[in-house]
Design a protein around this ligand. Structure first.
Ligand code: NAD
Length: 255
């Protein structure tokens, strides 16, 4: 088991990649706080992890609310005694998010609040706990859309994920001297509710996106979670400040 004894705080653990990560981490021996704004979804994740050698503690928490994040970190440390891994995965991509010239302020604000401010709060309360042990791993989920332009834009989402990459690098240089490293994963399009609930319902949108992908398929949550297991484990002790693209080769594809 690659994460035996690690205490991991995973946000957005009620769906998609966060849920798969929470269950897999528990199977690798971790004790996991499965954090989500959707409490019943977090509880369902814990149920799905039943029988794993680790443990999953569901916590309802809106990462955009500072007091809720502070309380969720406290609950985690009270229950498990420490914090080793902060996995900032919660994110939204809203259907009304388009080009800057036709996006409402509320859509921009909500996207930035969940995708960026949420990470700020989790780091604000999570990093001091990891510094107490002199070691820790921060895994931030960005996106391949932060690395290239898109003619069908979602500008708030794109800007938010660019911020995640920049913040990751700042964290990596600040805290590695005290044992806490930070890395970002940039997933390509992964078949989770975030995509399938609206964007991929459109056959043409599906076709266009697949045509750009050399592997001919969308990603699966496991494609990303396999990397997250590595980043959470001691195997990645010297991996710091990395921006790891896992997109089936989309960002390498000129034509
Ligand atoms: P998902 O929609 O399946 O799951 C996201 C989870 O985050 C949900 O359970 C939701 O309730 C939770 N969440 C939303 N707002 C929250 C809040 N304020 N506080 C706490 N939890 C909140 O999405 P997913 O595809 O698994 O995405 C996970 C991460 O990966 C996101 O950061 C997303 O931007 C990123 N990502 C996804 C894709 C993709 O194609 N699916 C590609 C690149 C990056």
């Amino acid at each position: 088991m690659r994460l035996q004894g690690k205490v991991c705080f995973i946000t957005g653990a009620g769906s998609g990649m966060g849920r798969v990560a929470a269950i897999r981490f528990a199977r690798e021996g971790a004790r996991v706080a499965a954090v989500d704004v959707d409490g019943p979804a977090a509880e369902e994740t814990a149920r799905l992890a039943d029988g794993a050698p680790g443990e999953v503690l569901p916590i309802r928490c809106d990462v955009t609310k500072e007091a809720e994040v502070a309380a969720a970190i406290r609950t985690t440390v009270d229950r498990f005694g420490r914090l080793d891994v902060l996995y900032n995965n919660a994110g939204v991509m809203l259907e009304q998010d388009r080009s800057v010239i036709d996006t409402e302020e509320a859509v921009w604000d909500k996207t930035l609040a969940v995708n960026v401010k949420g990470i700020f709060f989790c780091c604000k309360y999570g990093i001091p706990e990891m510094l107490k042990n002199g070691r820790g791993s921060i895994i931030n989920i960005a996106s391949f859309v932060a690395l290239l332009g898109c003619s069908v834009p979602q500008d708030a989402y794109t800007a938010s994920k660019g911020a995640v990459i920049s913040l990751t690098k700042s964290l990596a240089v600040q805290f590695a001297p005290r044992g806490v490293r930070a890395n970002a994963i940039c997933p390509g399009p992964i078949e989770t509710p975030l995509l399938t609930e609206w964007l991929l319902r459109d056959e043409e949108a599906r076709r266009v996106r697949l045509s750009r992908n050399p592997t001919g398929r969308f990603g699966r949550p496991e494609d990303i979670v396999n990397m997250a297991v590595f980043l959470a484990s001691d195997e990645s002790e010297w991996t710091n400040g990395a921006v790891i693209v896992i997109d089936g080769g989309i960002t390498s594809n000129y034509f």
